[in-house]
Design a protein around this ligand. Structure first.
Ligand SMILES: C[S@@+](CC[C@H](N)C(=O)[O-])C[C@H]1O[C@@H](n2cnc3c(N)ncnc32)[C@H](O)[C@@H]1O
Length: 177
């Protein structure tokens, strides 16, 4: 399990602040590194909803948020697979979505983001460089094929304004018009 890099974390904190985010959904809580950056950028009354299949990691994240001084009600930690949890979240209820779970789920996460984000909301996908393999041609793994599918879907969607930020292992962001 790899947390976001400091550069990626800074970008997430900036984007959460720039969108004046009150409700953020994160896929891939891990031990809470990206969550801490997001909470720092969000409004002081903002709530981070964060999803992970591993409850022990979420427990560590909960402790990290508390140790950093964030009240317990600032983070809602939901255990389970992203594609089972996301459909339960409210339409148009989120300012920002950060995806850092299973790369093979990214195309479906984009579909969910289009439903969950308010107009002007932002979706960000971590790890889109796939350590340099995204455009490699020889026998790409399923995760790389799914990343290419994601890139195509974002490029072709007129509702989205994308930018690929060269931080960490590539942070692909798109604002919903
Ligand atoms: C790269 S780590 C997340 C790191 C975290 N964002 C950070 O910066 O601290 C990926 C996480 O996604 C979780 N994960 C993997 N597949 C998932 C799925 N289908 N649904 C939700 N979480 C998943 C893993 O358990 C792991 O904790």
């Amino acid at each position: 399990m790899r947390p976001v890099s400091p550069g990626c974390g800074d970008a997430l904190r900036l984007l959460a602040a720039a969108t004046n985010a009150k409700a953020v959904v994160e896929i891939g809580t891990g031990t809470g590194v990206s969550g801490l950056y997001l909470l720092q950028g969000m409004r002081p009354d903002g709530v981070l909803t964060t999803i992970d299949t591993e409850t022990d990691r979420q427990q560590a994240a909960r402790q990290a948020f508390r140790a950093a001084g964030f009240a317990a009600n600032r983070a809602r930690l939901i255990p389970g697979p992203a594609l089972e949890v996301l459909p339960r979240l409210a339409d148009g209820g989120y300012d920002m979505m950060f995806c850092d779970g299973d790369r093979r789920d990214y195309p479906e996460c984009l579909e969910e983001a289009l439903r969950l984000l308010r107009p002007g909301g932002l979706v960000c996908f971590s790890g889109v460089f796939a350590e340099g393999r995204t455009m490699a041609t020889a026998a790409p793994p399923a995760s790389v094929l799914r990343l290419r599918e994601l890139l195509r879907a974002i490029r072709e969607n007129r509702e989205l304004i994308p930018a690929l930020l060269p931080v960490g292992d590539g942070l692909l962001c798109a604002a919903r018009r």
